[in-house]
Ligand binder design. Structure first.
Ligand code: CA2
Length: 150
């Protein structure tokens, strides 16, 4: 059977990761996060592709393309989580399993971060665990895909 293929999306400003505000987001760079995800994917026997953009429309285009080539989506929508109906609609339209992740504990931060318009269309959301949020999110998606095959 073909290996499952998961699209990992990072939203705006996450390219700055590791360079600013390490007390909130940690000191790993985005490349290091992607590397850790690639290593975990290898162990899990799946394929991943990671993509970051600061632009809502570019992310929407990538999500629309995902329908043909991917089995599931792992996303840190960053600030778009809190207001992007465009991203939410695009993710929902794929019909693919979806896990939302955040590095920081959004509920322990400013009130505007307490609500995500994405969570309602996701299988689940993991936050506050830094890199582990992403790794656990990837593992959760693999479990969801395994369940689909039964
Ligand atoms: O905790 C997360 O992963 C967030 O998605 C990060 C977003 C924030 O808007 C969300 O509320 C929670 C911010 C990403 C910006 O990342 C930076 C990293 C280093 C320096 C500056 C920004």
């Amino acid at each position: 059977m073909a290996k499952k293929n998961i699209l990992v999306l990072h939203g705006p400003n996450l390219n700055l990761h590791g360079q600013r505000e390490p007390e909130i987001y940690g000191s790993l760079t985005l490349d290091e996060i992607d590397q850790a995800l690639a290593e975990r994917a290898l162990k899990l026997g799946i394929l991943i592709e990671c993509f970051q953009s600061n632009h809502e429309g570019v992310l929407v285009d990538h999500i629309q393309m995902a329908i043909k080539s991917y089995d599931a989506i792992l996303i840190n929508p960053a600030a778009f989580s809190h207001y992007s109906y465009a991203l939410r609609d695009a993710l929902s339209a794929t019909g693919l399993p979806l896990v939302e992740v955040h590095l920081s504990n959004v509920f322990a931060r400013e009130p505007f971060r307490h609500h995500s318009v994405i969570t309602e269309v996701a299988n689940g959301m993991i936050c506050g665990l830094g890199l582990q949020s992403y790794l656990l999110g990837l593992e959760a998606l693999v479990k969801v895909l395994e369940k689909q095959q039964v």
